[in-house]
Design a protein around this ligand. Structure first.
Ligand SMILES: *Cc1c(COP(=O)(O)O)cnc(C)c1O
Length: 378
């Protein structure tokens, strides 16, 4: 007989989210940003941290606005009782226009088709939709080309029930400290705004900067900044100067569920991609690439057990990871294992994990699936 589901004992694989660290990051960034509007970017499930609790904490800590990338995320925040302005920073499909308007989400406009769809929905629902015009200055993702901006505004600026509150761009090379390219893009943006204003197209909020700009370039803050990854404790690039003290928000942990003592020359895991050198103690963790713990960490990364760094061995499976605990005295099933975070005096940061797999912190954190339980502590 199955027991009632509310008595299920939950998995010990958890992401512990430290809301006081998050709050401290918001305040530290807030301080650097000074007078500009502070839009906390919490897209992609708050970079894996859980969007609703993070949104609530961000607003409590003083974020003026929130940024997401999908209408679904915006709707979820509204349904959760969040009332601050919410920007959808990516583009929407035209059939999402009704939902966007209904939930009072602020759209990014990069096409005439989208502008018309939102205007039509706004007229139908008898309200105004707030929109921001996106300008492409070199990322070539979304955004109107600067030389087409005037024509574009002639076509869209006076569409009914649209309120053109803002204009913005998103830089392509700021995180790696390529200031020549970034300054060119900034000037192109400023020139485009000036040209539009000369033709009578005004936008009260001009904004360009994400985390790197929020931290390093006060001269580019303009009316609003949009930090994302820094809120979660990491500067976007490892080469950046430490101009601000940020605290990692997530600790990822599990427990050691099984240990087997294997003779030398035993093949471990799918494909036998690891072969024991000697008699070795190999342990199994109940987390795998199905949880978003990247397969590229196979034979290529570390975790912490009993305060020591332990190597990942073999190929990571959907639900399991092998580690080599041969040199850990006293190791036993049930021991806590830290995948991201500290244990004793040892630490593994999301940055370390990113470096091992040639990726960035965004991918490491945002990949962690919903089935990993989030626990919020303050
Ligand atoms: C993701 C994103 C941000 C935040 O970027 P970070 O580098 O994480 O601070 C800001 N603006 C836009 C348009 C984005 O897509």
């Amino acid at each position: 007989m199955p027991r009632h589901s509310n008595s299920l004992v939950e998995s010990h694989t958890v992401a512990e989210i430290d809301l006081s660290a998050f709050r401290s990051n918001v305040l530290a960034l807030r301080e650097r940003v000074d007078k500009s509007i502070f839009l906390a970017v919490i897209k992609t499930n708050a970079y894996g941290h859980g969007i609703v609790p993070i949104a609530m904490e961000a607003v409590k800590a003083g974020a003026n606005r929130l940024g997401v990338t999908t209408v679904e995320e915006g709707a979820l925040l509204r349904e959760s009782g969040i009332h601050v302005p919410i920007h959808v920073l990516s583009t929407i499909t035209t059939d999402q226009a009704d939902d966007l308007v209904y939930y009072h989400l602020i759209a990014s406009i990069s096409s005439e088709r989208t502008a018309k769809a939102i205007s039509t929905s706004a007229v139908k629902q008898n309200r105004d939709a707030i929109v921001h015009l996106k300008i492409n200055t070199g990322l070539h993702r979304f955004g109107i080309e600067p030389e087409q901006a005037i024509d574009f505004c002639h076509l869209t600026y006076h569409l009914p029930n649209l309120y053109w509150e803002g204009i913005y761009t998103h830089f392509s090379n700021a995180d790696e400290g390529d200031w020549d390219t970034t300054e060119d893009q900034f000037h192109l943006f400023c020139e485009t705004v000036k040209t539009l204003e000369g033709k009578g197209f005004y936008f009260s909020l001009k904004h360009v900067g994400a985390s790197t700009i929020a931290i390093e370039r006060k001269d580019m803050h303009l009316d609003m900044v949009r930090p994302g990854i820094a809120l979660f404790g990491y500067q976007p690039d490892i080469r950046q100067k430490k101009l601000i003290s940020l605290k990692p928000v997530m600790k990822l942990k599990t427990e050691l569920v099984h240990i087997r003592l294997l003779p030398a020359n035993s093949k471990v895991g799918y494909g036998g991609d690891y072969i024991t050198n000697d008699i070795e103690n190999i342990a199994i963790l109940p987390i795998g690439h199905g949880d978003g713990y990247k397969r590229r960490l196979s034979n290529n990364g570390y975790v912490l057990v009993r305060g020591q760094r332990v190597k990942i061995v073999g190929t990571i499976a959907l639900d399991q990871t092998f580690i080599n605990v041969t040199n850990i005295p006293g190791v036993q099933e049930g021991d806590e294992v830290i995948l991201i975070g500290n244990q004793g005096s040892e630490q593994i940061s999301a940055r370390d994990v990113a470096n091992w797999i040639n990726s960035n912190v965004d991918e490491v954190l945002a990949s962690l699936m919903n089935r990993i339980r989030r626990i919020y502590i303050s």
